[in-house]
Ligand binder design. Structure first.
Ligand SMILES: [Zn+2]
Length: 278
């Protein structure tokens, strides 16, 4: 496994090309193809931190006043991935087209943060209501703040004795019309905090609505890392204790069994290896 720093820059085409050509010899071979110059969008440059090329990009950023983003990325070989025990699972978000919250259709929640503009950690009461015409056809997905699974996937999970997930509530059309059945996932096991080496970055532009309660957005800017002992007792489905990224959701941390099951049945999700620190 290799971990490296990645610099993101947004600049005009000529400047991006100049910078890319200057540093491309130092992009390690694992990333060369993926980060080939494409001419569109932000330019990502995986470079060793504190290398000459790294400082060159940072100096150019200062000179031309563009604000680079920096994060960490990892590369695993195929055989390393097969041997990995846990993965961060990213699923379709949101599960319907409008990007609304289910509360818009009358879904009820209770508890969570008392700040009325925040409600972080609120819990579902009863069923979830959506407008069926906006629901997409994914087998698993998020409609804030919960995760959902299709009937087909739930049956699969049960038949394979996958642990750590049970189901609370069903998803129903807000007008009572028929729709494919979805279930709301309930994951009980919350992992201890991620290792201190994980890049969890405070929002550089804090949202005033969260000033009172302190539940600002925290961005995950590296792979997820845990000390070995923190994974003792983990189930097939787990949640991180951190609420991360713009949606302020707990990360789904799943076992390799879940990843293999999804692959075998062609159910889409993105699986990123969890680094275990000895
Ligand atoms: Zn709050």
């Amino acid at each position: 496994m290799k971990r490296i720093t990645r610099i993101f820059i947004i600049a005009d085409d000529a400047l991006r090309r100049e910078i890319y050509n200057h540093v491309k010899k130092d992009i390690p071979k694992e990333w060369q193809k993926e980060y080939e110059y494409s001419g569109t969008g932000a330019l990502g440059l995986p470079l060793e931190e504190d290398s000459k090329s790294y400082h060159y990009v940072m100096d150019m950023a200062k000179k031309y006043d563009f604000h680079p983003g920096v994060d960490q990325i990892v590369h695993y070989t195929k055989s390393e991935i097969e041997k990995t025990d846990y993965f961060k699972m990213d699923i379709a978000t949101p599960l319907e087209l409008e990007g609304t919250e289910a509360s818009v259709y009358g879904t009820k929640y209770e508890g969570g943060c008392p700040n009325p503009k925040c409600h972080l950690g609120k819990k579902l009461v009863g069923d979830v209501f959506v407008d069926r015409k906006y629901m997409k056809k994914w087998d698993i997905g998020t409609l804030f703040p919960d995760n959902y699974m299709s009937e087909k996937l739930r049956e699969l999970i049960h038949s394979e004795d996958i642990t750590g997930v049970s189901f609370i509530g069903e998803v129903k059309d807000f007008k009572g019309r028929e729709m494919p059945t979805y279930y709301v996932m309930d994951i009980e096991h919350i992992l201890p905090p991620m290792a201190g080496s994980t890049w969890l970055i405070n929002d550089p532009y804090p949202n005033p609505a969260y000033n009172n309660c302190g539940h600002q957005v925290i961005y995950l800017r590296s792979d997820v890392q845990y000390e070995k002992e923190k994974l003792i007792g983990a189930k097939d489905f787990n949640l991180s204790s951190e609420y991360i990224d713009n949606n302020r959701m707990q990360a789904l941390i799943v076992s390799n069994r879940v990843r293999k099951l999804f692959k075998q049945h062609k159910i889409w999700a993105r699986f990123s290896p969890i680094a275990v620190l000895e």
